[in-house]
Design a protein around this ligand. Sequence first.
Ligand code: 5GP
Ligand code: ZN
Length: 139
Amino acid sequence: MREQNCIFCRIANGEIPSTTLYEDARFRVIFDLSPATRGHVLLIPKEHYADLTELDTETAREVLPLAARIGRAMKAGLGAAGFNLVQNNGEAAGQTVRHFHLHIIPRYGAGEELLLWKPGESTAEEREALSSRMGEYLR
Ligand code: 5GP
Ligand code: ZN
Protein backbone atom coordinates (compact mmCIF):
# COMPACT_ATOMS: atom_id res chain seq x y z
CA MET A 1 0.00 0.00 0.00
CA ARG A 2 1.18 3.48 -0.87
CA GLU A 3 -0.51 6.65 0.30
CA GLN A 4 -1.14 9.58 -1.99
CA ASN A 5 -0.53 12.27 0.58
CA CYS A 6 2.48 10.73 2.27
CA ILE A 7 5.72 12.54 1.48
CA PHE A 8 7.90 9.48 2.14
CA CYS A 9 5.73 7.27 -0.11
CA ARG A 10 6.34 9.78 -2.86
CA ILE A 11 10.07 10.11 -2.18
CA ALA A 12 10.66 6.36 -1.73
CA ASN A 13 8.89 5.58 -5.00
CA GLY A 14 10.75 8.27 -6.92
CA GLU A 15 7.76 10.59 -7.52
CA ILE A 16 9.66 13.32 -5.70
CA PRO A 17 13.38 13.38 -6.52
CA SER A 18 15.86 12.92 -3.67
CA THR A 19 19.58 12.36 -3.31
CA THR A 20 19.56 8.58 -3.13
CA LEU A 21 22.43 6.70 -1.53
CA TYR A 22 20.92 3.25 -2.12
CA GLU A 23 17.81 1.73 -3.68
CA ASP A 24 16.45 -1.79 -4.15
CA ALA A 25 12.99 -3.31 -4.71
CA ARG A 26 11.92 -2.69 -1.11
CA PHE A 27 13.86 0.35 0.16
CA ARG A 28 15.33 3.72 -0.66
CA VAL A 29 18.00 5.36 1.47
CA ILE A 30 18.13 9.16 1.17
CA PHE A 31 20.04 12.00 2.76
CA ASP A 32 18.15 13.84 5.49
CA LEU A 33 17.54 17.48 4.52
CA SER A 34 18.30 18.63 8.09
CA PRO A 35 21.14 16.31 9.08
CA ALA A 36 22.23 15.77 12.69
CA THR A 37 25.75 15.15 11.36
CA ARG A 38 27.36 15.08 7.93
CA GLY A 39 26.02 12.04 6.05
CA HIS A 40 22.84 11.47 8.13
CA VAL A 41 20.52 9.29 6.03
CA LEU A 42 17.00 7.83 6.26
CA LEU A 43 16.21 4.23 5.35
CA ILE A 44 12.65 4.22 4.00
CA PRO A 45 10.55 1.26 2.83
CA LYS A 46 8.71 1.81 -0.45
CA GLU A 47 5.48 0.45 1.02
CA HIS A 48 3.62 2.58 3.54
CA TYR A 49 3.86 1.53 7.20
CA ALA A 50 3.12 4.28 9.71
CA ASP A 51 5.68 3.01 12.19
CA LEU A 52 7.48 -0.05 13.52
CA THR A 53 4.28 -1.59 14.94
CA GLU A 54 2.88 -1.84 11.39
CA LEU A 55 5.99 -3.04 9.58
CA ASP A 56 5.56 -6.48 8.01
CA THR A 57 7.99 -9.24 8.97
CA GLU A 58 9.53 -9.63 5.50
CA THR A 59 10.43 -5.95 5.36
CA ALA A 60 11.50 -5.81 9.01
CA ARG A 61 14.00 -8.63 8.64
CA GLU A 62 15.88 -6.67 5.95
CA VAL A 63 16.12 -3.41 7.88
CA LEU A 64 19.02 -4.17 10.25
CA PRO A 65 21.25 -5.94 7.70
CA LEU A 66 20.79 -2.98 5.34
CA ALA A 67 21.50 -0.51 8.16
CA ALA A 68 24.71 -2.42 8.90
CA ARG A 69 25.79 -2.13 5.25
CA ILE A 70 25.13 1.61 5.31
CA GLY A 71 27.00 1.96 8.60
CA ARG A 72 30.00 0.12 7.16
CA ALA A 73 29.93 2.45 4.15
CA MET A 74 29.85 5.48 6.49
CA LYS A 75 32.94 4.20 8.26
CA ALA A 76 34.82 3.23 5.09
CA GLY A 77 33.70 6.10 2.87
CA LEU A 78 33.25 9.04 5.26
CA GLY A 79 35.72 8.13 7.98
CA ALA A 80 32.96 7.87 10.59
CA ALA A 81 34.15 6.37 13.87
CA GLY A 82 30.67 4.96 14.65
CA PHE A 83 27.02 5.55 13.93
CA ASN A 84 23.65 5.75 15.68
CA LEU A 85 20.36 4.19 14.65
CA VAL A 86 17.37 6.28 15.70
CA GLN A 87 13.80 5.30 14.98
CA ASN A 88 10.84 7.32 16.30
CA ASN A 89 7.36 5.80 16.71
CA GLY A 90 4.48 8.17 17.31
CA GLU A 91 4.27 11.92 17.73
CA ALA A 92 5.04 11.63 21.43
CA ALA A 93 8.34 10.02 20.45
CA GLY A 94 9.21 12.82 18.06
CA GLN A 95 8.02 11.16 14.85
CA THR A 96 7.14 13.95 12.43
CA VAL A 97 6.66 11.86 9.27
CA ARG A 98 4.19 8.99 9.81
CA HIS A 99 5.87 6.60 7.39
CA PHE A 100 8.37 4.23 9.03
CA HIS A 101 11.96 5.35 8.65
CA LEU A 102 15.23 4.55 10.32
CA HIS A 103 17.74 7.34 10.88
CA ILE A 104 21.36 6.29 10.37
CA ILE A 105 23.61 8.97 11.80
CA PRO A 106 27.38 8.81 11.36
CA ARG A 107 29.50 9.89 14.35
CA TYR A 108 32.94 11.35 13.97
CA GLY A 109 33.91 11.34 17.61
CA ALA A 110 34.46 15.05 18.19
CA GLY A 111 32.21 17.96 19.06
CA GLU A 112 28.87 16.32 18.28
CA GLU A 113 26.13 16.71 20.87
CA LEU A 114 23.42 14.16 20.16
CA LEU A 115 21.79 13.52 23.50
CA LEU A 116 18.56 11.53 23.38
CA TRP A 117 17.98 11.33 27.12
CA LYS A 118 19.40 12.27 30.48
CA PRO A 119 19.85 9.04 32.47
CA GLY A 120 17.26 8.86 35.26
CA GLU A 121 16.75 6.53 38.23
CA SER A 122 14.66 3.43 38.93
CA THR A 123 14.21 0.95 41.74
CA ALA A 124 14.01 -2.84 41.45
CA GLU A 125 10.35 -2.62 42.61
CA GLU A 126 9.47 -0.19 39.83
CA ARG A 127 11.16 -2.37 37.23
CA GLU A 128 9.25 -5.42 38.49
CA ALA A 129 5.92 -3.54 38.39
CA LEU A 130 6.59 -2.26 34.86
CA SER A 131 7.50 -5.74 33.74
CA SER A 132 4.26 -7.26 35.01
CA ARG A 133 2.13 -4.50 33.43
CA MET A 134 3.62 -5.25 29.99
CA GLY A 135 4.35 -8.95 30.27
CA GLU A 136 0.82 -10.22 29.66
CA TYR A 137 0.85 -8.60 26.21
CA LEU A 138 3.96 -10.49 25.17
CA ARG A 139 2.65 -14.01 25.74
P1 5GP B 1 11.22 11.90 12.36
O1 5GP B 1 11.25 13.09 13.28
O2 5GP B 1 9.84 11.67 11.79
O3 5GP B 1 11.84 10.67 12.93
O4 5GP B 1 12.19 12.30 11.17
C1 5GP B 1 11.80 12.90 10.00
C2 5GP B 1 13.08 13.33 9.31
O5 5GP B 1 12.79 13.53 7.94
C3 5GP B 1 13.69 14.63 9.84
O6 5GP B 1 15.02 14.38 10.24
C4 5GP B 1 13.60 15.58 8.66
O7 5GP B 1 14.74 16.40 8.57
C5 5GP B 1 13.51 14.64 7.47
N1 5GP B 1 12.72 15.12 6.36
C6 5GP B 1 11.45 15.64 6.40
N2 5GP B 1 11.01 15.92 5.16
C7 5GP B 1 12.01 15.56 4.31
C8 5GP B 1 12.13 15.59 2.89
O8 5GP B 1 11.25 16.03 2.15
N3 5GP B 1 13.29 15.10 2.37
C9 5GP B 1 14.31 14.61 3.15
N4 5GP B 1 15.40 14.16 2.53
N5 5GP B 1 14.23 14.57 4.50
C10 5GP B 1 13.08 15.04 5.06
ZN1 ZN C 1 3.96 6.59 3.19
